[in-house]
Write a protein that binds this ligand. Structure first.
Ligand code: FES
Length: 276
């Protein structure tokens, strides 16, 4: 089926070609259309997935593999995602996008990058992390700090423990909230681990995504360490429905998350009503 150019709400069709169980409640879905990727996506951009007859929902694209397929890491949090977790390889989905501004990959060139993620918040960050590795010469040192409730709840374990730590000029810090048998890594919450690591703000951009409570304390920790509001970036993926600035569901003050976001730096966010 071909997308109707006259109606941006009509989806393309993609087929699920692989499903990876990341955690007990997160699965990664690789999807492709007849032509490979249905559209090109930049890190941090979003797409609307639909499953007939359940409905549709907006998700961040966790990676575009060349022109071959798109990846979505999706956590089970409600009706639509519960149903998505039941589908098998071969299932057809509707897709429309890409939506949103994405991460400022150009502006960050030449900077050291600090990624701070919690839980499923690593999914959008991963698109930027993988982009930095793909364009390694354009970015300085890369530090990745990621935490989840338990070892089982850590997403993308192969990349976290095997692929990323071996990359040039890269440090990966992983933590879980509580001690557990067999885990000899760091234990504690992401914001306090961040304070322990105490990464120097000079020449650095910090990009964070995770549960709101984690973000709140990460932002406080970064401020304490001397990061300016312009050096701190986050992504908001709230309440989106149409994705094209029509339904009014996603606005904060005068900004529409689907058009002006979902990526903002802290200086921009502080100008908005405190609804984020
Ligand atoms: S999702 Fe409809 S206006 Fe943003």
């Amino acid at each position: 089926m071909h997308k109707c150019d006259c109606n941006p709400l009509v989806p393309d069709i993609v087929e699920v070609i692989e499903i990876v169980e990341e955690t007990p409640d997160v699965k990664t879905f690789n999807v492709k259309s007849e032509k490979g990727v249905p559209f090109d996506v930049m890190p941090g951009q979003l797409a609307m997935l639909s499953l007939v007859p359940v409905g549709e929902a907006m998700f961040s694209v966790s990676w575009q593999e060349e022109k071959e397929y798109l990846q979505f890491a999706i956590k089970r949090v409600g009706l639509m995602t519960d149903e998505l977790h039941k589908i098998d390889v071969g299932q057809q989905l509707g897709i429309r996008g890409p939506y949103g501004n994405g991460f400022p990959v150009e502006e960050c060139k030449g900077k050291d990058m600090l990624f701070i993620g919690g839980g499923i918040g690593l999914a959008p960050l991963r698109s930027f992390i993988k982009y930095c590795f793909k364009h390694r010469q354009d970015y300085g040192k890369i530090q990745i700090l990621y935490g989840s409730r338990s070892y089982a709840d850590l997403c993308f374990k192969e990349e976290l423990f095997e692929k990323w730590p071996g990359q040039k000029d890269t440090e990966v810090f992983v933590t879980i909230d509580n001690p557990e048998e067999g885990w000899d890594g760091h234990v504690g919450f992401v914001p306090s681990y961040l304070e322990e690591i105490n990464p120097d703000p000079a020449g650095k951009i910090a990009v964070t995504c995770g549960p709101p409570i984690m973000i709140k304390f990460v932002l406080q920790a970064l401020e304490k360490m001397g990061y300016t509001d312009e050096q701190v970036i986050t992504t908001l993926e709230m309440r989106m429905k149409c994705g094209i600035g029509k339904c009014g569901r996603c606005n904060i003050g005068s900004e529409y998350i689907c058009l002006d976001g979902p990526v903002f730096n802290l200086a921009q966010l502080k100008k908005l009503p405190p609804e984020w």
